[in-house]
Design a protein around this ligand. Structure first.
Ligand code: HEM
Length: 406
């Protein structure tokens, strides 16, 4: 499957044509050799199976993300092109909109997730982290995904948004669906959408103003409806955007953090002897093992990227995970180095759509990691970890591990 395509009806003259399927289960399981192949083939490669461009180098990935005028999001940030296909569901007001419409919604959400509002969550996050670390130390042998990487965000994040306790496991299935449908209609997509009607009905009801706890981030978003910046219905959709984007991503990042440390015990020792590094560890984790592996853009008109001619209305898939391991940008890119401070990584995106929830994601990771590093001397794998395949998110299913008290 891997190599130069020829005689394909989708063949593009004069550019590297690759017969790679980035949503094939082989690719999703171990994307890194394919990333390297694409990066080395050129600044933009033609992926003939889907008739789209692939961008795997850091410089070009950053250029595209920063330039919403040339590369829009309103045609969808998944494989489907909303200009020629009816979207599977109404487009998101945030991630699938361009300025100026995007700016209106972004201001409302940006305010709700301001530094001050996120800082106010710290105490509750710390209390929950303390409880979980007690529990895992008591057990000794745990599943890092179930017992920490899922348990922690699935409690603190919906609490912050103001969602009621009951039925929160549905958020996992909902997030899984949202990120699978950015891909092609493969097995992962089809299985995920089978649940769409039930999950969408549930989440829509739970994002209504009256369903959200007083003083919550969800209620702050509804203040945007009170000021007339968005309608009441749009406020509900924005709350839903947070629940779509904020669960699977943080579960993935905390899981990937545990995975990186179990694979690199020397880095755990380094962290314990230099706790001031804690704050930036999550940046290195998501550079190396990015939760969001891909997002798409669409060219607004004919343009070029580093000399490669791109036609109008063509889809480009940005391999964020590949950009973040581009040796043109990073020294020793495949190495997990908690002292690195990887400024400029693209795991949270860049430009106008840069992750609006990044402060919450950083706080979650920092709080749990700090508690763990204080009280746990060693974490070690006790069996192979497994992946839960998703068309967009790199997330583990299970990380069997032992925790040893300090
Ligand atoms: C480590 C965890 C996370 C990662 C890696 C991540 C990654 C990303 C990326 C790459 C984008 C850019 C999308 C684009 O350019 O098309 C983005 C946007 C977004 N993220 Fe996150 N995210 C994370 C956590 C969160 C959390 C916790 C929330 C909610 C509180 C959230 C809400 C959003 C929203 C609403 C957008 C759309 C912003 C816009 O279009 O203006 N994310 N995220």
């Amino acid at each position: 499957m891997n190599g130069m395509a020829s005689g394909n009806s989708n063949f593009r003259d004069g550019v590297p044509n690759l017969d790679i399927d980035p949503f094939d289960e082989d690719f999703l399981t171990d994307p890194y050799p394919y990333h390297e192949q694409m990066r080395e083939a050129g600044p933009a490669v033609w992926l003939s199976k889907y008739g789209i461009w692939g961008v795997a180098r850091h410089e070009e990935g950053a250029e595209i993300l920063k330039d919403y005028k040339r590369f829009c999001s309103s045609a969808g940030v998944g494989l489907a092109n909303f200009k020629s296909e009816k979207p599977f569901r109404p487009p998101s007001l945030l991630i699938e909109a361009d300025p100026p419409e995007h700016t209106r919604a972004r201001n409302v959400v940006g305010r709700a997730l301001s530094q001050k509002n996120v800082a106010a969550l710290q105490e509750a996050f710390e209390a929950e982290a303390e409880l979980l670390v007690d529990q895992i130390l008591e057990k000794g042998e745990i599943d890092g995904m179930k017992d920490l990487a899922i348990a922690f965000p699935l409690k603190v994040f919906p609490d912050a948004v103001g969602l009621e306790e009951e039925g929160r496991d549905k958020l996992l299935r909902y997030g899984n669906m949202v990120f699978n449908v950015f891909g092609p209609p493969n097995r992962l997509f089809t299985e995920a959408v089978a649940e769409a009607a039930e999950l969408t009905e549930w989440i829509t009801a739970h994002c209504m103003r009256d369903a959200l706890a007083p003083g919550s981030i969800g209620q702050i978003i509804y203040e945007g409806a009170d000021t007339g910046e968005v309608t009441e219905a749009e406020a509900g959709l924005l709350v839903r955007s947070l629940l779509s984007a904020g669960v699977d991503t943080t579960i993935s990042s905390i899981g990937n953090m545990l995975y990186c440390f179990t694979e690199n015990p020397g880095e755990w020792d380094k962290l314990r002897s230099a706790p001031s590094l804690t704050k930036h560890v999550i940046e290195e984790v998501i550079r190396l093992e990015g939760p969001v592996q891909t997002f798409f853009r669409t060219s607004v008109e004919a343009t070029e990227i580093s000399g490669v001619q791109i036609g109008a209305n063509e889809k480009l898939v940005l391999f964020l995970g590949a950009c973040n391991r581009d040796p043109r940008r990073w020294d020793d890119p495949d190495k997990f180095d908690i002292a690195r401070k990887p400024v400029g990584h693209l795991a949270f995106g860049s430009g106008v759509h840069r992750c609006v929830g990044q402060r919450i994601a950083q706080l979650e990771a920092e709080v749990i990691l700090r508690k763990m590093a204080e009280r746990i001397k060693r974490i070690e794998p006790i069996g192979p970890s497994t992946l839960r395949l998703n068309n967009t998110i790199r997330v583990r299913e299970s990380i069997p591990m032992r925790v040893i008290a300090a």
